[in-house]
Write a protein that binds this ligand. Structure first.
Ligand SMILES: Cc1cc2nc3c(=O)[nH]c(=O)nc-3n(C[C@H](O)[C@H](O)[C@H](O)COP(=O)(O)OP(=O)(O)OC[C@H]3O[C@@H](n4cnc5c(N)ncnc54)[C@H](O)[C@@H]3O)c2cc1C
Length: 316
């Protein structure tokens, strides 16, 4: 399910090593998880190109209405549609993620194209480096077609940088002038921001990371946001995964939260045949608490890394 790294190495801004600890772990990727789950779900019930525009419900069930005029009725509507959830915006219009004050610049470099100092220092490990308003990390992930063979993998880096709301808006306006909100995909970043990224890298990053950023042909960007719903169920409609709670990525636990939400939902429904309302009530309370706990953990870690804030939990 991914690529193994052996050690965690933390670099100082001058490139010297602050610490190196053996800590084997597996790094995977969104496409590998997605295609594995999709293969077991099959195509028959997976309908692409449908745009949900309205939801209506009563005590017996829920109907989803689509832009093409079609509709589907069922026992439940599960909004597992990510951080920009349409289901959330239709049923919980006031529940909006908040901007954390920093973004993630990101990039992927074929492992065989890693420049020499980057390859020597970073390849095969989980690397980190912090500076003022700057925190970067990187590791190998599966390559094109989910290829995990040595030589076919990608080096993935994520560089968190403080940016105010005005800067964010400018960064998220892509090379064609389209305002993309909270993420700019590969190939769409405006040239001036790619130039800015390289300038900042030269100023703030140790040589191996500087080289890897410079070797990235199509950097992309995502705003870091906070969200933790106090309610995940409204009648026969529910939210799970990032639709309900977006912990900052420092927790590295959001995907397992989405899976835990889904697995517990299945368990609660199976344990109470015919009692959907009861199953949802039992499901919701611990899932809301889990989302809030991770959101708090992510906020504390991120504020500490980017703004050098002391975690509230550390003050006793
Ligand atoms: C920089 C960064 C680093 C991260 N690192 C990690 C990490 O190390 N570990 C970790 O666990 N998590 C990490 N995450 C978070 C992780 O990616 C998410 O928590 C996870 O993908 C959430 O899964 P999800 O299924 O809820 O939503 P998503 O993965 O966003 O999936 C939502 C799906 O719904 C689809 N969709 C959206 N709208 C609609 C619609 N209207 N109709 C139909 N379908 C729709 C989308 O196409 C997508 O397939 C990171 C996130 C960021 C931004």
């Amino acid at each position: 399910m991914g690529v193994r790294s052996e050690a965690r190495t933390v670099f100082r801004p001058d490139g010297s090593i602050r610490s190196r600890q053996r800590a084997p772990q597996i790094q995977t990727s969104w496409p590998l998880i997605y295609s594995t789950l999709k293969a077991s779900f099959g195509d028959a019930q997976y309908h692409r190109g449908k745009r949900l525009v309205r939801v209506a419900q009563d005590a017996a069930g829920v109907t989803a209405f689509f832009e093409d005029g079609s509709r589907e009725t069922g026992d439940l509507l599960i909004g597992a549609d990510g951080g920009n959830s349409t289901v959330r915006s239709l049923l919980w219009p006031d529940l909006q993620p908040g901007y954390a004050g920093y973004l993630a610049w990101r990039g992927l470099v074929p492992e065989n194209a890693m420049p020499p100092a980057a390859r020597a220092a970073l390849h095969g490990d989980f690397g980190f480096a912090s500076n003022t308003g700057s925190h970067i990390l990187g590791y190998l992930v599966p390559g094109d077609g989910n290829d995990i063979r040595p030589g076919h993998r990608l080096y993935n880096w994520v560089w968190y940088r403080v940016a105010d709301a005005r800067q964010l808006q400018d960064i998220m306006t892509d090379r064609d002038g389209v305002a993309r909100g909270y993420s700019v995909p590969e190939g769409k970043l405006a040239d001036r921001w790619a130039g800015h990224l390289h300038g900042d890298a030269a100023r703030l990053l140790p040589l191996p990371f500087r080289q890897i950023v410079a070797a990235t042909q199509r950097p992309f960007a995502q705003a870091i946001r906070d969200l933790a719903a106090s309610q995940m169920v409204k009648g026969r409609v529910l939210l799970l995964g990032d639709a309900a709670a977006i912990p900052r990525p420092h927790t590295a636990a959001s995907t397992s939260k989405a899976a835990a939400n889904a697995l517990d939902l299945a368990d609660q429904l199976a344990a109470a045949p015919g009692d959907i309302a009861g199953a949802l009530a039992r499901w919701e309370i611990p899932q809301v608490a889990y989302g809030k706990q991770l959101e708090r953990q992510g906020r504390e870690a991120g504020d500490h890394l980017l703004f050098h804030a002391r975690p509230a939990s550390a003050t006793g």
